[in-house]
Write a protein that binds this ligand. Structure first.
Ligand code: LMR
Length: 399
């Protein structure tokens, strides 16, 4: 039956881990997937997560199904974290929210919702470049995927004029995907002033903003600061939708904890939107898993644990910032002729090195350093122990 099935390519990001595992080099380095590691290169379970898990366990809860939209204490707290206590639509009960299978699942529900209900042409514009999975998520949702300018490879920074120009040239009422903070893969974010101008351009075009916020807290170490773009758009009268992930900021990767929300104009509109989100979710996966959401909910709703967690997020963000500085320092010490300022200018989990696909292949083949072909490295995989070898490997390839 399946004799005609072609062999598919490995996943652009998760496929890197497979290649890494096959390598027998004792000092191999994996900077592929964006997953935080401690300074010993080990996966990190946040102490607040451990404590929350114990609290959940002590409650002796049953394993009944959650409702279609998940654990209510979790989604309520997730909305508060994203939109903030001063959010008018939140206070007025105008935000529809559902738990999701992490950020990817949130994007997929959003794609399906827009495909079904957004009026007009069903195209979504994503930045160039964007997270490697965005295109597949949205085209599998039935949306046409187009692109807008975002990154300027000459300045290794934001192509702000190109971006705003493209937004102005989109057909009226287009859907635009925006990375709320810690842009993946470039680590290049607009400034707050630039976000204000982007909001104006989106408004002028009567476009529909879809925020992907997979890294709240990871960019600056401050969850409020990282939510600036989302909150500003809401304040400006947009009605965005939002995908949230708790994979990175709580280290709940495999628990698949996320949320998808839509800002609506009234509680009555919210109720109708809610009903349709349920109709989308039910045939997809029925209802979401409860364990991870209970952990996240415990952390978000317990003031002491919440405070502790914010400190831990800050700790992860600062280790990453330190590793950026160390990598740059080591490259400079080696006498590299290239400029590496972008490594410390960029924020979030990734550095977009500017290395070509060919150089990335060499890094893997000759130095057992694995990262994605687009030149992105997960800074979270750099440690005090491997940074020198990493810098040497990059230096040998780039001069
Ligand atoms: C990444 O970009 O590495 C992460 O978002 C993990 C993933 O699922 O791709």
């Amino acid at each position: 039956v399946w004799s005609q099935i072609p062999q598919g390519p490995p996943d652009a990001i998760l496929g890197i881990t497979e290649a890494f595992k096959k390598d027998s080099h004792p000092k191999k380095i994996n900077l592929g997937v964006g997953a935080y590691r401690d300074d010993k290169g080990k996966p990190y379970v946040l102490p607040s997560v451990h404590q929350a898990e114990q609290k959940v366990f002590q409650q002796n809860l049953d394993k009944e199904y959650a409702g279609i939209t998940g654990v209510p204490d979790f989604t309520k707290a997730a909305a508060l974290l994203a939109y903030g206590p001063d959010s008018t639509p939140l206070k007025e009960g105008c935000i529809a929210i559902t738990q999701s299978i992490s950020g990817t699942g949130a994007l997929r529900i959003g794609g399906a919702f827009l495909q079904r209900f957004y009026p007009g042409a069903k195209a979504i514009y994503i930045p160039t470049p964007s997270w490697a999975n965005h295109k597949a998520v949205f085209s599998d949702s039935g949306l046409e995927v187009k692109q807008y300018k975002y990154y300027n490879k000459d300045t290794i920074g934001l192509d702000f004029d190109g971006m705003v120009g493209d937004i102005k040239n989109m057909p009226k009422g287009s859907i635009i995907l925006l990375h709320a903070c810690a842009h993946n893969p470039t680590g290049v974010d607009p400034t707050e002033d630039q976000w204000r101008a982007i909001s104006d351009a989106v408004k002028e075009g009567e476009h529909y903003p879809f925020f992907d916020m997979a890294y709240q807290g990871f960019a600056s170490g401050d969850t409020d600061k990282d939510a600036f773009a989302v909150r500003h758009f809401v304040k400006e009268g947009h009605f965005p939708c939002l995908a949230q992930s708790f994979a990175k900021n709580m280290g709940l990767y495999g628990e698949r904890v996320g949320a998808f929300s839509i800002v609506t104009a009234s509680p009555e509109e919210k109720a109708r939107v809610d009903s349709q989100v349920k109709i989308i979710v039910r045939p997809l996966y029925s209802n979401p898993p409860v364990h991870g959401a209970r952990i996240a909910s415990t952390i978000l709703n317990d003031p002491a644990l919440n405070k502790q967690w914010l400190g831990e997020v800050e700790g992860m963000a600062s280790r990453i910032i330190k590793m950026r500085a160390l990598l740059k320092e080591n490259l400079e010490k080696l006498g590299s002729k290239q400029k590496w300022n972008h490594i410390t200018d960029q924020i979030g989990m990734f550095a977009y090195t500017g290395l070509t696909a060919e150089q990335m292949s060499k890094l893997a083949e000759e130095h057992s350093v694995y990262a994605t072909k687009d030149g992105r490295i997960s800074v979270a995989g750099i440690t005090s122990d491997n940074v020198e070898r990493l810098a040497e490997s990059i230096y040998k390839i780039t001069g």
